[in-house]
Design a protein around this ligand. Sequence first.
Ligand code: PLP
Length: 233
Amino acid sequence: MIEDAAQAVGVKYKGRSLGTIGHLGAFSFNKMKNLNIGEGGALLTNDNQYFARARSYHDMGSIMRGHGDSFNEPAFIGSNMKVNEIQSAMAKVQLRKLRPALERRQKRRAMMSEILRQSSAYTLTPHNDEANAVSLTLIAPTRDAAIALQERTGIWNRLRDSSRHVYTNWEPVLARRTFHPKMNPWNWAKRDITYSPDMCARTLDILDRTCVVNLGLEFPSFVMRRIAERIAA
Ligand SMILES: *Cc1c(COP(=O)(O)O)cnc(C)c1O
């Protein structure tokens, strides 16, 4: 089980660190993430064989530089995904800032959710572990109500408008189109897989009605408190 924790470095779920729940955990450090060094990422595992395989794979399938020390299988061809020293130096500094940044985010989320919870115009999206939550979304009763909420705040975007994060905008996936037919995983499947833009109607309805609350971490807390109070009123 590979756990995609790309956007959740340092975040916990019911006492467990994200990225440590699956056999392997993957983090991304690209510019959109909570720990960023421009590009690159990290892989976590406590399985020696997975570690040896991943380490070799990221360095062209090499068994030099100690990569092959714990290998107990024939070497294979890999890829080249090495992180450079400058990025690693940046990661070292970023790591020190991670804990305080997450704590600030959690505090801000808790403060704003407490205020926003008081309105009956929308509901807070249910969360399975409120104490560790680092983001906040609201669900309006209708699409129009969500659009009105979005317009009222001016900064809280509906998830439906998040472009590539909505499957209907992944035209190559819907069309099952890859760069080469032999590399097309839909051709490997033993059954016919088809997609249509309306196949997840419930998902689209939720995305239509959901607004992301901008926690405004670049602003002091009293500013965001006032904004939350105005929206909840
Ligand atoms: C950003 C992200 C990725 C991709 O990360 P890259 O470093 O750009 O490859 C994958 N999964 C999730 C959930 C992400 O947020």
